[in-house]
Design a protein around this ligand. Structure first.
Ligand code: SF4
Length: 339
């Protein structure tokens, strides 16, 4: 019989799990402490639970963290982990930066959204990750205990798997969980409108929107999502929320030579985001096979940034990390090495 995974359960669910194993209800709270705060994965080490209780738990459940099947280290210290999830494998990346250690986490195996410039999108969709699969990435990297931040920017569209992602955020930010501030978490989306509204209402985490082109028709040629949920509607929704305080919104803009790097694009971007408290992150594109556009040289990126700045936007060129191990934005493909 497959044992159920406890990772990702709330205290209420852990209480039910404890009762089902014949333990008193308060053992649910003990389990939450052992799993989330002490990061213990072996029931036999949970010493404030009776020996027979621990045995009963072990016969029905497992904590359910997954061990990576491969780890690659980049010259800049970025580490890319490959985790097995059923038939598939997903990637997580740890990016060290001065006093920060950021985990870039995957929320799906592959992705349905099919953005043309994205290696994950090209791989197709192989399933949603469960909260346990996602949390496993937090618990099983070498630097697990010293992670300071997390970005939902790995494989998959997190708002296409919102219920599980929301549970992960609950575990990360609850006092009974990891106790993180929501300010340490950023969710990146291409703009799945109905779920974006839920994310904005149901969490206090930062938001990053993959924008890439201010013109609907041009954006649609690379990002099918534009048809169902046009960017202008996404921006209109975002304008209804307050980003002048602790919560931040940023727009990701990957520059492709000859597609979205002209002054016309910069000016349209300024018009689109005018008056919104936000930041634009300009991202260098990494050439991928069978794709018509290349990357924009440094001077072109700087000229684009300066035009945005002159228009009143806060814009920065984002440093690309882990390029040599294919851990940079849009490069996660997550296949088993043997494939
Ligand atoms: Fe999916 Fe994001 Fe890639 Fe688009 S860019 S295909 S949403 S992973």
């Amino acid at each position: 019989m497959d044992r159920k995974r406890l990772l990702g359960m709330t205290p209420t669910q852990l209480k039910e799990a404890a009762l089902a194993a014949g333990l008193p209800a308060f053992a649910g709270g003990q389990l939450a402490k052992w799993i989330y705060q002490r990061r213990v994965t072996d029931f036999s080490a949970m010493t404030d639970i009776s020996k027979s209780g621990r045995e009963a738990l072990a016969s029905l459940y497992e904590v359910g963290t997954l061990s990576p099947i491969d780890v690659q280290v980049s010259g800049d210290g970025t580490k890319k982990y490959l985790f097995p999830v059923g038939e598939n494998a997903v990637e997580a990346v740890v990016i060290p930066d001065e006093d920060r250690r950021t985990l870039c986490v995957s929320s799906q195996a592959g992705c349905k959204m099919g953005c043309r410039f994205c290696m994950t999108g090209r791989q197709g969709f192989h399933g949603n990750l469960t909260a346990a699969d996602i949390l496993s990435q937090f618990f099983s990297v070498d630097d697990a205990a010293s992670l300071t931040n997390a970005v939902f920017m790995g494989m998959g569209e997190p708002l296409d798997n919102w219920e599980e992602v929301k549970r992960v955020i609950e575990v990360l930010t609850s006092p009974w969980g990891l106790g993180w501030s929501p300010k340490r978490i950023t969710l990146s989306t291409i703009g799945v409108l109905p779920m974006l509204k839920r994310f904005l209402d149901e969490s206090r985490c930062h938001l990053a929107v993959s924008l890439h082109n201010p013109f609907g028709e041009e954006r649609f040629s690379m990002m099918k999502v534009e048809k169902a949920w046009p960017l202008r509607d996404v921006v209109e929704l975002i304008r209804k929320y307050d980003f002048s305080g602790q919560r931040r919104v940023s727009f990701e803009y990957t520059l492709f030579e000859g597609w979205n790097d002209s002054p016309r694009h910069a000016d349209a971007l300024v018009r689109l985001l005018k008056g919104l408290e936000c930041r634009v992150n300009l991202i260098r594109f990494h050439r991928i096979p069978d794709f018509p556009y290349g990357s924009v040289p440094e001077e072109g990126m700087e000229a684009f940034r300066d035009r945005l700045t002159r228009g009143g936007l806060t814009a920065t060129i984002r440093a690309s990390r882990g390029e040599d191990i294919f851990a940079a934005c849009g490069l996660l493909a997550g296949k088993h090495k043997s494939k």
